[in-house]
Design a protein around this ligand. Structure first.
Ligand code: GTP
Ligand code: MG
Length: 185
């Protein structure tokens, strides 16, 4: 049996992590949503993990989604153990959440350097940030940032394929570029 590839999806509250796992999973996705105990702008939030599976070109993939809230940051480390790739989602119409996306990415990649992609969700809505501008924000090459609609399986699959390309190509960042590097580039 081919060993499953472990991939993790993270990002701020409401970025589309659970939607992404649900859109991609060929088995019924496991979610752990519970009523939100603080005002996070929605009723339910992931409190432990999302889990889904799919097979791509014969390769089984195990997809783990993290919670978005800081108070569950211990789960970010637990879920990223042994991960071969990471996708950090951020809602393209919520630039106020970009610093939180950066904090999560830094938290994870400073402990576990891992090839990653940034996914800018809600591309189907008006007035969203382009992936190119988000790449600038993160100080990343444009190939490491992709736009998507996380509620759609074709769009989510394209993002997942891009992550696999990043994993296979040398030369991409597996740690978040320092902020000073960004401003000087
Ligand atoms: N139109 C549109 N809606 C989206 C997209 N991604 C997510 N949503 C919606 O945004 C809301 C939040 O999505 P979730 O998938 O629950 O977000 P999450 O990142 O799992 O949130 P937490 O678990 O609370 O951290 C849901 O109503 C989704 O249907 C997208 O790309 N386009
Ligand atoms: Mg969720």
């Amino acid at each position: 049996m081919i060993r499953p590839l472990k991939l993790v999806v993270t990002g701020p509250v409401g970025a589309g992590k659970s939607s992404f796992v649900r859109a991609l999973s060929e088995t019924e996705a496991v979610d752990t949503e519970a009523p939100a105990t603080e005002d996070i702008g929605k009723d339910h939030t992931t409190v432990a993990l999302d889990f889904g599976t799919l097979t791509l070109d014969g390769q089984p993939i195990h997809l783990f989604g993290t919670p978005g809230q800081d108070r569950f940051d211990f789960m970010w480390e637990v879920l990223c153990e042994g991960a071969l790739g990471l996708i950090t989602l951020v809602a393209g119409d919520r630039p106020a959440d970009f610093p939180q996306a950066r904090r999560i990415l830094e938290f994870i990649t400073s402990r576990t350097p891992v090839p990653f992609l940034v996914g800018v969700t809600r591309q189907d809505l008006p007035r969203v940030w382009d992936p190119e501008d988000v790449a600038d924000y993160f100080g990343l090459p444009p190939q490491q940032v992709v736009g998507l609609n996380a509620t759609r399986s074709t769009s989510s699959l394209q993002a997942l394929i891009r992550l696999l390309e990043v994993i296979e190509s040398p030369g991409f960042h597996s740690q978040t570029p320092a902020v000073s590097q960004r401003s000087s580039s």
